[in-house]
Design a protein around this ligand. Structure first.
Ligand code: ADP
Ligand code: ZN
Length: 215
């Protein structure tokens, strides 16, 4: 499903923030690249970034348009690098894998939007436990437009919303690190019902166990 260009586009001369989120394999990067490609076709000056933890995906982020123009994403580790490496006069900034960035990305993209830049971010919204991931919740709050994409659950074929971490083919326990660099783990897209996190007892607990006292 191709998502429409933001409705705001027609009415708003200034900048804004778009977030493309959802589970792994839901097509976030494809959608980000589609929007970048269309910005290039429109003749906009575009800078793309990708937060990088390892080299696994090197080479995937060259975006080209039919008229021959193109650009490669700059790998970055921090929000500061994004601020430093955005040249003056840029009209569109695209940031992939934003979940790995620090919270400083929120004021950086807000400042860009305030200066008239269209900022497009993509990132997964939950970690392997199903908890909100890094700066994504805050980015969703400040964005003008949010699109939450789904993948297909590899277990049951329903819509997948959750990232299943596997170690040697088995569901990974909750106590593992949120970000595992260069690990031997793998990931699957799964629905809520098929998502497994040993060490949590979601379905067995009373709802009252989940509600903090006094809330
Ligand atoms: P994301 O950036 O959200 O991780 P990508 O844009 O990299 O997603 O990849 C999306 C592509 O992954 C789909 O177009 C499809 O070809 C492929 N894919 C692999 N596994 C699945 C799955 N379980 N559900 C949907 N698409 C999948
Ligand atoms: Zn399922």
């Amino acid at each position: 499903m191709a998502l429409n260009a933001p409705l705001l586009h027609r009415h708003q001369q200034g900048g804004w923030i778009e977030v493309i989120t959802g589970v792994m394999f839901s097509g976030k990067s494809e959608e980000l690249m589609r929007r970048v490609r269309r910005s290039l076709i429109a003749g906009r000056r575009v800078q793309a970034f990708k937060s990088h933890l390892d080299d696994r995906y090197r080479g995937r982020y060259e975006v080209s348009s039919h008229d021959g123009s193109g650009l490669a994403a700059i790998p970055v580790s921090t929000s500061r690098e994004i601020a430093e490496r955005t040249p003056p006069g840029i009209q569109v900034v695209a940031i992939d894998e934003a979940q790995f960035l620090d919270l400083g990305i929120v004021p950086v993209v807000n400042a860009m939007a305030d200066r008239g830049i269209r900022v497009i971010l993509s990132g997964t919204d939950m970690d392997f436990r199903g908890e909100p991931f890094g700066p994504i919740p805050a980015l969703l709050a400040v964005a003008e437009q949010v699109d939450k994409l789904h993948a297909i659950c590899v277990r049951c074929g329903e819509l997948a919303t959750r990232n299943q971490r596997l170690i040697d083919g088995e569901p990974a326990p909750a106590e593992g690190p949120t970000i595992q660099v260069g690990g031997s783990e793998s990931y699957e897209a799964r629905c809520r019902g098929c998502h497994q996190v040993p060490g949590t007892q979601r379905a067995q607990t009373s709802l009252l166990d989940e509600a903090p006292p006094g809330s």
